[in-house]
Design a protein around this ligand. Sequence first.
Ligand code: ADQ
Length: 460
Amino acid sequence: MSKPRRLIVVSNRLPITRIGSGAGSRWLTSAGGLVTAMVPILKRRGGCWVGWPGGTGRSQRTIDHEGIRLHSVRLSQADMAGFYHGLSNRTLWPLFHDAIRTPEFRREWWKPYVEVNERFARATARAYRPGDTVWIHDYHLMLVPAMLRAMKPRARIGFFLHIPFPPEELFSWIPWRDELLEGLLGADVVGFQTHGAAQNFSRAARRHTDAEGTDSELEGQGRSITVREFPISIDFDWFDERARMPESIAEAEEIRRLVGRERKILLAVDRLDYTKGIDHRLEAYELLLRSGAVNVRECVLIQIAAPSREPVREYAEMRTRIDRMMGSLNGEFSEPGRVAVHYFRRTLSREEVVAYYRAADVMVVTPLRDGMNLVAKEYCASRSDTTGVLVLSEFAGAASQLRQALLVNPRDTEGMAEAMLAALKMKKGDAKFRMAVLRSMVRRHDVHEWADSFLEALAA
Ligand code: ADQ
């Protein structure tokens, strides 16, 4: 068997976070699926990671961290404003999520987007050695595949989009749609979370570029390009093992004791983002309480939301709106010692999140649109006791795999309230059967399988 090729991972963020400042500062490995999946592969095959280390100050060009070489790409404050908060998060992010918020199209953001993509491509080309495989991630870097192809024509280049790819009718709003498509067509494999997203991309490419072919195989620029879904996943074993540990069991028990053991817990865990449908979920919960079918002596909602992208106006507005809704819910329905909803607006450790997953009778994951949604998979993996009910939006990529969840349309408030009630009242046997199927699905298709299948397609 031939030796696997060295791998260069390219993503907006490097897999590290700086803790402290000045001489006493150090780098900590960030938690998250991509890091978990890539680190063992990089260690096995050799290679490096190209990305932004965070911050806008000066930073070392290369960092050796836990046996992996990281090449840092610097971003200035102006880059952050145009490339990151602007084009990435106020144009592409809302547009690719069904234009839930109106995307803005500004030339002053496009220019830095192109420049920063060039910087990433050059940094990757510098790290590149003949025979390497390059794997580029996500919507911040859609121009990098073609830029790198121009510099290294023989490289094996893969691109994976973590967010949805919108239908052609929406995609065509972008004034730079042709450039973005040409950018992606520089790759040998373009991967998406779902079959629908892959189809949307192929259709847009056939419509707006010279590429021809089928939904799964395009011919363009004299090369053939594989277009396919590779649903991302989680490190199942880590969540499963963590949830079985005595610490997690004790923490979950403590959470249950504090909220009142006789009450059922509905749990939601999200980044504080308008795509996650937090407001729609609160409306449905309010309707459920108002209906009188359950009351706050019988159940409680715990919402854990990690603040995110705060400099972007839509996110600040969202935060204020959610704060207000929480106040209103508790004002109307709480009783002495029994609040209707507990709201934690902060980032917890992964271990703490597992304790909440273990404590929750019902997990409510209701994004309006989501590439995949890892929270839904993490919940299943953490239910080593094979109980708990998952309520899942049909607009999360995860819905195409997690068919035994109670699938809901988050825009249908009544339907969502009914699903929450059905989940609270579900017979133990039914819940156990569903959870067993969900867990075996996530166990079989974990993050390692995801990375291996993408790299296999890229090696073909
Ligand atoms: P995200 O939009 O960030 O990811 P998601 O897949 O749900 O969404 O991942 C969020 C992660 O953050 C999970 O691991 C979760 O446990 C963690 N998290 C959320 N809130 C937290 C909190 N308050 N405290 C601690 N941890 C918290 C993007 C796409 C998704 C896609 C992923 C991976 O938008 O659709 O699934 O990338 O491709």
